[in-house]
Design a protein around this ligand. Structure first.
Ligand code: ZN
Length: 171
């Protein structure tokens, strides 16, 4: 007897295992080649997201007409992966809503660091980098006759910059 792909309305042979839960359990569904590809794509998409980002995705009006279920149910989580596996649904991450959400994810430490660099919370890394260079020139001891006040300021700027480099410097 042939095993049919578990994807809705698909009648191809299900030859590839798709995990049901995002943990170490052995539960899986069988999918055809086309659908395992789509499944893997969406599965990986969530891999680098933290719980809050996933939760935002789940609760988003763009995802559901109305979300009543709470995050935490792995069944719910799986269904979302499953039902939103198609490309058009995944475009949600490009929506302005989601970008705004990402912005608010800046830690207090990063906010403080940005303040030291005289920047707001919505700058791009390139701006941080060029602002740092600008400030280093401005407060460099060579340009300020070794003024201790400017030296400390430069230290603060350098610390802030390395803090931001850790969190925002690399994608
Ligand atoms: Zn299929």
């Amino acid at each position: 007897m042939k095993i049919i792909c578990d994807w809705e309305n698909c009648m191809e042979t299900g030859a590839y295992k798709a995990p049901i839960e995002k943990d170490n359990s052995k539960k899986y569904r069988l999918l055809c080649l086309n659908h395992i590809k789509i499944f893997n794509k969406s599965w990986n998409y969530f891999e680098n997201m933290n719980d809050q980002e996933i939760e935002f995705f789940i609760k988003s009006d763009l995802t559901w007409h109305k979300s009543t279920k709470t995050f935490g149910s792995s069944d719910n989580f799986f269904n979302i992966l499953w039902n939103n596996a198609l490309d058009d649904k995944l475009n949600i991450f490009k929506s302005s809503n989601f970008r705004d959400f990402k912005k608010t994810k800046i830690s207090q430490q990063d906010k403080d660091a940005l303040q030291v660099l005289e920047l707001n919370n919505e700058v791009k890394w390139e701006q941080i980098h060029s602002k740092f260079k600008e400030l280093v020139k401005k407060y460099h001891p060579d340009k300020n006759q070794g003024n201790k006040k400017f030296e400390d300021k430069l230290k603060m700027i350098t610390l802030a910059y390395s803090q931001l480099k850790k969190t925002l410097g690399k994608k």
